[in-house]
Every structure is written in structure tokens, then in C-alpha cells.
Design a binder for this molecule. Sequence first.
Ligand code: NAD
Ligand code: IPM
Ligand code: MN
Length: 355
Amino acid sequence: MQKYKIAVIAGDGIGPEVIEEGKKVLSGIAKIDGGFEVEFTDFPWGCEYYLREGRMMPESGLSQLKSFDAIYLGAVGYPGVPDDVSLQGLLLKIRKGFDQYINLRPVKLLRGAPCPLKDVSESDIDMTVVRENSEGEYANVGCRLFPGTEQETALQTGVFSRKGCERVIRYAYELAKKEGKSLTNISKANALGYSMVFWNEIFAQVGKEYPEVPTSSLMVDAASMFFVKNPKRFQIVVTSNLFGDILTDLGAAIAGGMGLAAGANLNPERKYPSMFEPIHGSAPDIAGKGLANPLAAIWSVSQMLDFLGQPEWGEKVISAIETLLLEKKCLTPDLGGTAKTNEIGEAIMEILQRK
Ligand code: NAD
Ligand code: IPM
Ligand code: MN
């Protein structure tokens, strides 16, 4: 029987609370299906580990993860450890080290999910953001000059390689072609005269190979405005690392909130494991209280199932989330309910077992 080996890094804050629910759903599905098994291996890495060991994961961390079929991650970062240390030492190290250059983030308003926008229906908010995930503004190349003096200066250089831009843009074109959708390129060439001009050139060059894909291009500032004023104009979106980060929190806000936003960090060649996570952080303000919404973590299980070759289950998980939202009987406080985090996984399984 097919066995999927899943590395679990529950991480910090609400990470372990939401991941527990996702594990319930994934193992529950394997049991119903009967055709595959899942085996979880927990890695206790994160800020508590850092405070004990002086690092976010062992030096051999990546080699320990390498043989898994997928990584399931909760959240990283907590007060007490500087955010640049915690994120660079774990989450970003895995994204870069495993060349997970695609960050696929659905922004899809399910029926029953709250939406702060007026006069929009579910079909108006249904896009996939393809975020560059390996370089760009996140390359973290730079330095501090003249520390401690009046001239103190920080340099932070973006790295936009032809290979790096081309592969993510090509991925987005392929996705748009496969799904028969339009593709919107979001950049900022009016102000960023090197990186974004190059990005746009590559978008145009690659586009010559996809005459069937309707395209448009927007500056990121205007795109942010249209996410709110006219989200319907977006189907597939491709953008850089930082712009994709910011736009997808905005995307979460219009599509039900942080509790419903998932992301897949993909190494499409499958040379390395891909990583699935809710896009929210460790939410220290609500951690440890059973208030966190685990539906984003459960949605990322759906993305994992798609990637592992079980797309029917991927779809069923989304539809079970939608049923839960419509029935409104078992929702966490961010969605207006009174249910606790640890009730949600079971509620999703109950829906999946119906009929
Ligand atoms: P956050 O996403 O943790 O929280 C932002 C707000 O959204 C908070 O009010 C929080 O309570 C709410 N929220 C988030 N997820 C929720 C959920 N599942 N259910 C209900 N409410 C939810 O962002 P932040 O406060 O900027 O960051 C906190 C820490 O997490 C920082 O250390 C940051 O660096 C880290 N972070 C990690 C990741 C990650 O691991 N992928 C992502 C973002 C932030
Ligand atoms: C996300 C997060 C990360 C990012 C942080 C925690 C480094 O905000 O996954 O969206 O910026 O990519
Ligand atoms: Mn983010």
C-alpha cells in the first residue's frame, strides 16, 4: 500500500494547535480511503527549541527532512526570539534550501465565509496567487555599514535572476493555460527600474509561448486597490516574493480571514519535499487558548493531497470546509462561533463521512 511520509513541524504559538486538527483530517481520510497510509514524524523545532539549543533546528535539519514526501508546517516565530532569527533559521531556510520556488496561495471565497466587501459573491473572489518563493526581495543580501555612527546605513539588495523569474512566470502561464484562465502580472517597474523592469521583460518573453493566455499587468499599488474594489478581475496572479506576501494577507482578508488562508511551497521537480502551511503566523495574542481557527491548516492538507496525487480528496476537503461554514454549527470565534480549535478536525471528519 502507498505510504506517505509526512514531516511535521508544528512550530510556535498556535502552530501546534492548528496542525493537530490537520493531522486528524489527513489520518482520518487515509483511514476512509483505505488505499494509502500516512505516517507522521514530528520535529520539535521552533522558538522553544532555540531557547534550549541556540538554533531553530539542528544543523542536519534539512538532511533529516529530505527523504519525506511532504512537510506540514504550523507557524514559526514567537516573542522572545527576534523574528529575523526565527524565520531565517527555519521557515525561510526550508523554502530556500529545498528550492520551493513556487508559493501557491488560493484566494477563494467559499460559501458561508465572511467577506468584508460589499456586493460581492463567491464567484467574484476566486484566484490563485503564484508567489515567487526563493529569491527576489527575500534573498537577504545586504550589509550594515558604519554601525553605531551617524552614517550608519543598511543595504538590502533584491536578487532577481533570469532563471528565478522565468521559472515562476512560466509556472503561472502553464497554470493559466491548464485552467483556461487569465494571468495578471503584478510588479512595480515605475519605481524599481532594475528588478521589476527585468521581471516585466521576462513576463513578456515567456508570454510569447502562451498566445492563448489572456494577460494583463498591474503595479502592485493599483493591484492592492483592485483586490478590494474589483477582485473579480483576478484569476491567476503572478508576483514577486514580497509583493506576494503582502497581497496574500490582503487576499486572506477578503476571503474569510487569516483562519482560512493556506499556502503550498512547491518544488515542482520533486527533487526536494514540498511544504504545506497555513499562511498565518503563530498569533501570540490568541495562542494556547483554543481560539485559533485551524481551517487554514486543514485547507493546506487539501493542497498536500493534491500534490501527493489525491486530488479527489483535495477537493472533498475544500467542500467539507464549505459545508462547515454554511452550517455554522461548529466555528471558531474569528468566524462568529464558539467552538474550540480542537473541535474542528472532528467536525470536518464527520462531514467527510456523511452519505
Ligand atoms: P499572525 O498571522 O500570527 O496574526 C495576525 C492576526 O491574525 C492576529 O490578530 C491573530 O490572532 C490573527 N490570526 C492569525 N491566524 C489566526 C487563526 N488561525 N485563527 C484566528 N486568528 C488568527 O501575524 P503576526 O502577529 O504578524 O505574527 C506573529 C508571529 O508569527 C511573528 O513572529 C511572525 O514573524 C510570525 N509569522 C510566521 C508565519 C509563518 O510561520 N508562516 C507567518 C506570518 C507571521
Ligand atoms: C508568510 C510569512 C513569511 C513570509 C514570514 C514569516 C517570513 O509572512 O509565509 O506569508 O514573509 O513569507
Ligand atoms: Mn505573510
